[in-house]
Write a protein that binds this ligand. Structure first.
Ligand code: NAG
Ligand code: NAG
Ligand code: NAG
Ligand code: NAG
Length: 444
């Protein structure tokens, strides 16, 4: 008892002494500093708040930031921030970096608006800047003033595609980038068939930007993402802007071309740059189909041998009108009766594109050879571009006909999809079964 008291007393004394010592020290230090040159304040810690959103409003501006990527291809401008900028309000901006936990000095940006805007107020924009010396940059943000804003709550973007030492093997051969899902799109059967077709052709990853979609389709996509074949990127553009349902501002108005389609296509190229040898840029109802090769790899090996130093391959779009059905009905399968959407195996009649008028192409690209893209062409690239002959590869696009007045006799029979039916049908069945959409034999 006595011993314990004694111990407590000593402890208290020590405690008070330490406190007094610290107090004197802290009281003396500032007085001494007043005459000395002012020391630099430690740079503010960062990142305090990291944006996990795909669309981040940029403070004090009318712009939105999407993502930041390391890009070593342009001398001195190592960072590319992809954004959606309001064209009438572009001002000088400055990059602020987070380097090993502390924010850096700012560096100036070069702002590159993409040339395709179709008249809309918002345009896909790259803000490019250099990384300060001795900065191990992990995050970046943009400021309107060229100095550190110490106080504010900054929206830091993580920097992706960090430079790797040595050439790493690419994880994927082919990635398909599907720009946007919106409205209540619920074309489950066509999407399942398209994704399974792509898998048979050697695609390793599909990236889809989702603004909204129908309930059954959402279930299907969830199932594909759990499996790892699909990457669904949330794209809530309608929470920030008034997106258009058409391609030309003068016709439809609104803030941005087709739900920001151009931004997502560019974002997908950079997302894929360090992990995929090739990227296919097409819509969800289109299949880029080799006609002389079994898969995309052997197609590209052949094309790349014939066309070295080519990073952009144009593929011609061919419409298969959905109103014309193959007459035997052999692929009108009962188990798909209750699945919403188009059965592409039933549509074998192909329109020949009217080559006297503009008709669109989609693309297979090497992502490292492209800097900026639009939907039917690239805007900035390295190396050559090549139009692939339609007998080698073309797009199977089942939809409403473009030349609606054509009769069956004027259309071309094209059963290329049937070449894959033996594997395609069971694979489609399997995924539909998984999400509970397959109509089984059970009486229902
Ligand atoms: C962003 O994600 C990180 C890691 O998942 C998390 O720690 C952070 O809180 C998230 N930030 C916000 C603003 O949600
Ligand atoms: C920081 O800003 C974001 C949006 O820009 C907001 O969601 C968040 O709550 C803010 N945090 C603080 C601490 O103000
Ligand atoms: C990529 O293609 C090569 C050659 O065809 C093949 O050996 C390899 O397995 C493919 N990689 C993936 C991830 O599919
Ligand atoms: C797509 O977006 C809608 C709207 O935000 C959401 O309800 C749905 O769950 C999303 N689907 C997937 C597969 O992410």
């Amino acid at each position: 008892m006595e011993k314990a008291k004694d111990f407590k007393g000593k402890f208290l004394l020590l405690f008070v002494a330490t406190f007094v010592f610290i107090f004197i020290l802290s009281w003396k230090t500032p007085r001494r500093d007043r005459s000395a040159p002012k020391p630099l304040r430690a740079p503010p810690a960062c990142p305090l708040w990291v944006s996990n959103d795909t669309i981040t409003p940029l403070r004090n501006t009318k712009h939105f930031l999407v993502s930041a990527y390391m890009d070593q291809r342009v001398e001195g401008l190592d960072i590319r921030i992809i954004g959606l900028f309001r064209r009438d309000s572009v001002q000088p901006l400055h990059c602020l970096f987070c380097c090993g936990g502390h924010s850096s000095t700012t560096t100036p940006t070069t702002i590159l608006q993409h040339s395709d805007n179709f008249g809309f107020p918002f345009v896909t924009t790259d803000a490019m800047c250099g990384i300060p010396k001795n900065c191990h940059a992990t995050h970046v943000t943009l400021l309107t003033q060229p100095h550190t804003e110490r106080t504010s709550n900054l929206s830091w973007l993580p920097i992706r595609n960090h430079k790797t030492n040595g050439k790493k093997e690419m994880k994927f051969n082919f990635t398909v980038c599907i720009s946007n899902l919106f409205g209540d799109y619920n074309n489950v059967l066509q999407v399942a068939q398209t994704l399974e077709m792509y898998r048979l052709l050697g695609v390793n990853r599909v990236v889809i930007y989702n603004t909204s979609c129908g309930p059954e389709l959402s279930r299907l996509l969830d199932s594909y993402s759990q499996e790892g074949f699909l990457e669904v990127v949330s794209w809530p553009i309608d929470k920030h802007l008034n997106p258009s349902h058409g391609w030309l501002f003068s016709l439809v108005g609104g803030d941005v071309h087709y739900f920001g389609q151009l931004t997502t296509l560019n974002e997908c190229i950079y997302r894929s740059m360090e992990r995929s040898r090739y990227v296919l840029l097409n819509d969800i109802d289109e299949i880029i189909m080799p006609y002389q090769h079994d898969n995309l790899m052997s197609l590209m090996n052949t094309l790349q041998q014939q066309q070295p130093n080519t990073g952009v391959f144009f593929i011609e779009n061919h419409i298969f009108p959905k109103k014309h059905f193959e007459p035997s009905g052999r692929f009108h399968l009962p188990q798909w009766n209750k699945v919403p959407g188009i059965n592409i195996l039933e549509h074998i009649y192909r329109e020949n594109p009217d080559r006297n008028v503009y008709h669109p192409y989609k693309m297979i690209i090497q992502p490292r050879m492209v800097e900026q893209t639009s939907v039917h062409e690239v805007l900035k690239n390295f190396g050559q571009r090549y139009k692939v002959p339609p007998d080698v590869c073309r797009i199977i696009h089942v939809r409403v006909g473009l030349q609606g007045s054509l009769t069956l006799e004027q259309l071309h029979v094209d059963k290329r999809l049937w070449d894959f039916q033996e594997k395609l049908i069971p694979n489609v069945d399997k995924v539909l079964q998984r999400v509970g959409l397959l109509h089984s034999d059970r009486r229902s």
